[in-house]
Design a protein around this ligand. Sequence first.
Ligand SMILES: [Zn+2]
Length: 183
Amino acid sequence: MTRMNPLFERNEQFARTYTPEGLGLPTAQAIIVTCLDHRVDPAIVLRLQLGEAPVIRNAGGRVTQAVIDDIAFLGYLTEQLSGGQGALDTLFEVAVVHHTQCGTGFLADPGFRRQAAEATGLTEAALEASTVADPHTTVKADVERLLAAPQLSPKVSVSGHVYDIATGRITTTVDAQYPQPRP
Ligand SMILES: [Zn+2]
């Protein structure tokens, strides 16, 4: 028994008209980093189609070291798929999308954070790093963090956006920019 059965029925419908695609470059030339919240699915709110853009999701959509590592790997893979190192002038844009009413907002409260740490075994610092209380503030901080990451390819641009749960609309907080050249 699995609760997945109703969803597997949907998969059966999907597979009936499905046409497989080979591994190629994401056609939207973008990577989306966003929250794992089930109200913020890029396949729905951005109407992403298969093959358009990789999506990296975690609590809050925060730029953690794990996210930076994934983006570094995707940069390498993109270079390889496009014919090797140096074949492309630019690789892709990473769009960091935080959202209003994020469940991680509860973690801004120190009491809640302490209880959550005790219950889950996660450190309070890790929980604090996941917090999105004001998405405009955190998205700016995360764009800066990614732009400053030594692993980020100079051919990758980064932008920051906020998705409003109340309206379904995304607005841009930080326009796309490339990392500063490193000495
Ligand atoms: Zn969230």
